[in-house]
Design a protein. Structure first.
Length: 147
């Protein structure tokens, strides 16, 4: 008796080859897709730093220095969620250096989430100018009040 052999099916080697190609493709695609979500979260966290930097700059306009006190910034930016890193859930850390003329705001969980004075250098010149104008107005008010 003769056996009839079918040629329409797949053999074991062909199946292994398809699985190997699928595994390689998955190994290449999965890290790309997961890192993309992390990048979006970091971008969101960095965007949340901008209002904090603007609050620092607004504080500088009337005080002539930056502050490390979150309470001082909350008078300008009253949203308590603005001071929380959305990625880690930790509060941002605010550091002031160079006799309170420079600041940095960063997340303790991830050093990539950071904004410093140099990042907003273009704004800094106009902020310092506003501080000087504020001082001149205060002096003028003091002189006119004495007369």
């Amino acid at each position: 008796m003769r056996r009839i052999r079918s040629t329409s099916g797949m053999n074991y080697i062909q199946m292994l080859l398809i699985l190997a190609v699928a595994g390689i493709a998955a190994a290449l695609v999965v890290p790309y897709l997961t890192s993309r979500g992390e990048e979006e979260a970091l971008l969101l966290a960095r965007e949340k730093l901008v209002p904090l930097a603007e609050a620092q700059e607004e504080y500088y306009k009337t005080h002539g220095e930056f502050t490390m006190e979150i309470d001082s910034l909350m008078t300008i930016l009253p949203d308590p969620e603005a001071f929380v890193d959305p990625v880690s859930g930790d509060n941002y850390i605010i550091e002031v250096v160079n006799m309170a003329q420079e600041y940095s705001i960063y997340s303790p969980a991830d050093n990539k989430i950071r904004i410093v004075t140099e990042d907003r250098w273009d704004n800094l010149a106009s902020i310092r100018q506003a501080w000087h104008e504020y001082q001149l107005q205060e002096r003028e008010r003091a002189r006119s009040g004495r007369r």
